[in-house]
Ligand binder design. Structure first.
Ligand SMILES: [Zn+2]
Length: 433
């Protein structure tokens, strides 16, 4: 991963925050332009047209004109990319960027380097036959630990080479992105990482993701995603309480909220780190990685309901949602796919937890509790999550049985506690946070 922590001087940080503001402003203008589009209207302006409009806007608007044109144009480029990928990226239509929340900008390298095709021959212009020159980021290594990069208007900004970059070569990229989140600056170089080679042993691993055990592997291992400690959670509550009592708009209130944000960022960092390590381990040691197919968006949907039809157990559901999202299920799957492209499969989830991995019998009574599985047919006993993971490894989701019909064609109404559902944490007394 070519992402490093940046350490700008206060003056540089101020300049970079201005870049963030310009990039956000231009991005949001683009979002607004595209949100006006309706069926039957002329299409919203594309990248080239938007760039022309940007030049005009820079002439008329002094604040915009004082900013860096490259940074603003790259924001439009980012928008165009995000919009083109809206059906495949998983993020959908590009949406508004918010101050303090989405701070960042992209910088295109200033160095010119000759471009080469995939087979190593120099790329030539089709018309003139001249060598095509591409952009490259100017990075300069200071010593083993530190390097610096040129950011427009800021000069050289230092960044710290973390474990991977220390001994290796410096990232060779056309562009990089600078982000500011939770009081920290980061730089990410746009490089496509080399896929991890498969071990070639033909081994298949199944992964069952759950709330009590983050990822149960079919080989019996149960790696767990780290959370905040009880002490850290108490600290969050303390600062939240102090913030709530502080005067509105006071610096004390802001300081307390900043402390809360810092602790929450720590939890997210821990989760990300765990996902990176686990996905690397999976990609390195198995030829095929099978996940059970989850629709996390639907699973963590709010139970709130509407004003006319308020939902039931809203607080419990929101607690469960929080713990679902705290597991990093989606990230683990995504990062494994990045590291082992083409070696990750999804297995349909129904009945993976109720099917006996030894004889294939599907019976809800086999699952004795959250942790224990005992087949009622063959007597096979196993940890319930490991059993499910073994089913996933075998690619066996089980065959969904038809619902018992009531009379001709009519289906019986689902009971409040479906027999096909996994035992929920709150039924079996597992605390949700
Ligand atoms: Zn069995």
């Amino acid at each position: 991963m070519s992402r490093f922590r940046m350490y700008p001087t206060p003056a540089q940080a101020e300049q970079m925050l201005t870049h963030c503001a310009h990039a956000r402003y231009v991005w949001n203008l683009a979002v607004e332009q595209h949100s006006h589009w309706r069926q039957g209207r002329k299409s919203a302006p594309g990248f080239a047209e938007q760039c022309r409009q940007l030049t005009e806007a820079r002439r008329e608007n002094e604040w915009l004109g004082s900013g860096n044109a490259d940074v603003q144009q790259q924001a439009l480029k980012d928008f165009a990319k995000a919009r083109n990928a809206r059906f495949t990226s998983g993020f959908g239509e590009p949406t508004w960027r918010k101050k303090y929340k989405h701070e960042g900008f992209r910088v295109i390298g200033t160095d010119r380097v000759p471009e080469y095709s995939a087979d190593g021959s120099p790329k030539l212009n089709a018309k003139t036959g001249k060598q095509v020159m591409g952009r490259s980021v100017v990075v300069h290594r200071l010593n083993r630990r530190w390097a610096q990069v040129k950011v427009p208007g800021c000069g050289w900004v230092r960044f710290r080479l973390s474990a991977k970059g220390k001994g290796g070569t410096l990232p060779d990229a056309k562009t990089f992105r600078v982000t500011f989140r939770n009081g920290q600056w980061h730089i990410a170089f746009a490089v496509i990482p080399e896929p991890t080679p498969a071990p070639g042993t033909g081994e298949v691993i199944g992964i069952d993701r759950g709330v009590t055990i983050t990822a149960a592997l079919s080989d019996g291992r149960t790696p767990n995603c780290p959370h905040l400690t009880t002490k850290e959670r108490a600290k969050i509550r303390k600062h939240e309480r102090r913030a709530a009592r502080a005067e509105k708009g006071s610096p004390e209130k802001a300081a307390e909220y900043a402390k809360v944000a810092k602790l929450k960022a720590r939890e997210a960092n821990r989760r990300k780190d765990w996902c990176e390590k686990t996905s690397t381990m999976l990609a390195r040691s198995y030829d095929l990685v099978r996940f059970e197919k989850l629709n996390i968006k639907n699973m963590s949907r709010s139970a709130k309901g509407t004003v006319e039809q308020p939902g039931k157990n809203v607080a419990q559901k929101s607690g469960l949602n929080r713990s679902i999202l705290a597991q990093g299920w989606g990230l683990l799957r995504q990062r494994t796919e990045h590291k082992a492209p083409g070696r990750v499969e999804d297995v349909p989830a129904p009945y993976t937890s109720l099917r006996c991995s030894a004889c294939g019998w599907i019976e809800k009574k086999s699952r004795k509790s959250q942790a224990d599985f005992e087949c009622v047919s063959c007597g096979f006993t196993c940890n319930a999550d490991t059993n499910a993971a073994t089913n996933v490894a075998a690619g066996q989701g089980g065959i969904p049985r038809p619902r018992r019909t009531a009379g001709a064609g009519g289906a019986t109404a689902a009971t409040s506690r479906s027999s096909a559902r996994e035992p929920q944490p709150n039924w079996v007394g597992i605390p949700l946070f």
